[in-house]
Design a protein. Structure first.
Length: 341
């Protein structure tokens, strides 16, 4: 018989002179099969060019080398780096990622989890959507597969969670600005329903109060992750509150837009808030582009690739030992000091 990927397991069994179940046991490395029989089956596989359908085998055995990863937004640099770290860790242990995105939608997240379970994934990493996290955990539990959560902000203690320390990140940024002499510091960006923003504003407010500095609601501005909108908001803010000398920016795009808003009011971005009417600027979630601006942007960086690696390690560990107590991994931030603050 000519070699073909369409060769069936029954053809292998006929060629080797054994039963289909015996071929299945040999291919799955299961059961007590004599070496002579194993050799006959392997010779038949080689002679016929039989190609095993791994996907079908995974569904039958409920085991696979696939790990599901459902991120919120595939275009977000945060999740790009997390994905790279997760993939690196899993590939070292002969596992591969099965990737999907939820677009921050609860029903889409549930749909993705259902599809991955049907495909027989060995574990699931997911970026949570607040209304659906508990349901995802229950679905994974019923399917008897481990799940870990990767996100920008903390979730409940019932799930393994890996993420950044947003509160500490904002404290670090605010303290740095205060040490540079700034006393009137505003926060730009994010929406009121963002847990990440809430954690950062908590760190920002706590630090201001520790130093006896004003914490004013009118200096905390919501803005979409959009440079044009950020520029407009910053221009309006600095016009109405000229005492402000520094800005914390929720995302890199907000920081870039803020630079234009600062220029519109006749000021510049820099470290010296007294000479030349300069405004200090710090953004969160460092990107390579932040080093290319003029002046380059001071940023808070989180070890996103390490987050992915940790998630991979937790999944692999939970695949070996079921029903482990959930663990929380909150990774510390780093200040990348450049020209803007």
């Amino acid at each position: 018989m000519a070699k073909s990927s369409k060769v069936k397991i029954t053809d292998v069994a006929d060629y080797a002179g054994v039963s289909v179940s015996t071929v299945s046991l040999v291919l799955g490395n299961k059961g007590r099969i004599s070496k002579a029989t194993i050799d006959k089956v392997n010779q038949a596989v080689e002679a016929l060019g039989y190609v095993r359908n791994n996907a079908a085998a995974n569904l039958r055995s409920n085991h696979s080398n696939l790990i599901g990863w459902i991120l919120a937004d595939i275009t977000d640099p945060f999740y790009t780096e997390v994905t790279a770290g997760l993939s690196d860790e899993l590939e070292q242990h002969d596992h591969m990622l099965f990737l999907a995105q939820s677009n921050h939608q609860a029903d889409k997240l549930i749909q993705c989890v259902q599809s991955m379970i049907q495909q027989g994934v060995a574990g699931i990493a997911f970026s949570p959507v607040r209304e659906a996290t508990n349901q995802v955990l229950e679905m994974a539990k019923q399917a008897n597969i481990p799940a870990v959560c990767l996100a920008r902000s903390a979730v409940n203690n019932e799930v393994d969670y890996i993420g950044p320390d947003n509160h500490q990140a904002a404290m670090l940024a605010t303290q740095h600005l205060i040490q540079q002499g700034h006393r009137h510091i505003a926060y730009i960006g994010g929406s009121s329903d963002s847990l990440t923003r809430a954690e950062r504003i908590g760190g920002y407010g706590t630090t201001l109060m520790q130093y006896g500095l004003p914490f004013k609601n009118e200096w905390i501005i919501e803005a979409q992750n959009n440079q044009c909108q950020a520029a407009d908001h910053v221009q309006q803010l600095l016009t109405q509150h000229p005492k402000i000398t520094a800005l914390l920016c929720h995302r890199p795009a907000i920081a870039l837009g803020a630079m234009y808003g600062i220029q519109r009011v006749g000021k510049s971005v820099g470290k010296d808030n007294y000479i030349g009417q300069q405004i200090g600027l710090i953004g969160f979630d460092d990107t390579p582009e932040a080093a290319l601006t003029q002046p380059s942007l001071t940023m808070i960086s989180s070890p996103t690739r390490q987050m992915g690696q940790l998630a991979g390690q937790r999944l692999l560990a939970k695949m070996k030992v079921h029903n482990e107590t959930a663990q929380q991994f909150i990774l510390p931030p780093q200040l990348i000091e450049r020209g803007s603050a």
